[in-house]
Structures are given as C-alpha cells and as structure tokens.
Design a protein around this ligand. Sequence first.
Ligand SMILES: [Zn+2]
Length: 250
Amino acid sequence: MSTEKSLAIVLRLVEFSETSVIATLFTEDFGKISALAKGARRPKGPFEAALDLLAVCRIVFLHKSSDALDLLTEAKLERRFRAATRNLSHLYAGYYVAELLQDLTDDGDPHPQLFQAANQTLIELDDACDVATTVLRFEMIALHEVGHLPSFDRCVGCGNELSMEGRIAFGQLAGGVLCPQCRVGQRQVVSVSAGVIRAFRCFSDPNDSWRRMELDRGLRGELRGVLNHYLANLLGRKPRMHRYLGVLAE
Ligand SMILES: [Zn+2]
C-alpha cells in the first residue's frame, strides 16, 4: 500500500453507505481508479465540495496492491465543471467525455496525454465553444490514445495511400479506409464522401488545424453516422450520451 498524489477528473460517484461514496476518477498519473471516499456524504466531510461530477481536483489516495478499492484521503477542488449554467448541450458533452474516459480506458492504465486533452475539453465546454467540433476533436484524441484511431489515409488492408476524391470505402470492423481491392469480402463497409475522411484526418492531426475547419450540416451528419457506428462497434453498445447529443450532427 502506498500513498499517491495526482490531479484527477471525477467521472462517477456511487453511494456506498450513509456517509461514503465510491468515486471513479481519471487521474493524470495513474489512469482510471476507483476509490472509497469515507465521510464524503457528510455535510462537513473531509472532501468538502471537491467530489462533484467532472470537477478537477488534487487528490491523495492509498493505492491498494490487491483487488481492493483504493482509499481516497484528500481531494482539493481545482476547478468545478459549470457548463450546466451555460447550456444543456455543453453539460451533456461533458458527461460524454466522462463516458468515453470510463469505457475506453482500463483501471490503472495511465494516459497523461488523454488526461490533458480531457481537461482542456472540459475547460472549453465550460466556455462558449462549438460543441460539435470540440467533442469530435476529443473523440479523435481519445481513440488515438487507446490505440483505436481508424486509418484515414492508408488502406488498412494493403497500406497503400488512397486518393481523397469521390467516395471512399470505410471498413467499420477493419478499422479504416479500404482500397477497391481490399474492400472485397469485408463486412460492414460503408461508402463515405472524401470530405468526411478529410475532416477525420484534420481532427486527428496533432496540430491545431481542426480549429479552422468548418463542418457544414451535411458533412456533420454523415461524419456522425460513421463515427457513431464505429464507436458502438468498439464499445459493444451505443454510447449512452449519444441520444442527448443530437447537436453534434446539427
Ligand atoms: Zn488495400
């Protein structure tokens, strides 16, 4: 058992007893952890108001070596997620960030870059950002970080670069674009406009060019169709928050 410190985003809070909760936290240094927070439900408990959904806090916890829950000993609020006061779509987008962190990462598997991207996304959702592009950028970084970013430039079958014109075959199960030869016999292949593939490439590029990219309504709708299906395959179900996030395709 060791005492550890990290910055953390609160993903989930589940009542454990009259006075305690189990907090699922996405930490910068240790990835996702579940920790028992004793006394968190008491009005003047040791964590005060730090344990709030999507809040960012500095935590101290006892890291258990076995399967036992970690024990949270300290949580100091750094920043609260206030998007609810702005707009429901910003709030739901925040919940969606939490859902992806929860479901795409494993316990105790650190992803500091993903932590920073999530933190930055929550800051932007707290402000007057464009929800659809902010969320799409986060999705691309999250998929990249967990090793599931589809290939958008080279055929996943043969590795040849594809020309970005007309319609392009995208293999939902193959995990990326397919050339005419390699698409033969593949299951769950959709035909996607080159504009959508270009948009995916732009939003998954490490630089900031996505901020200058405009997505018109037709493009957004087609892009969401492809990505929602891909994520549902990856997670084994539709992400829960998608039904509240029609704004992504508008
Ligand atoms: Zn090929």
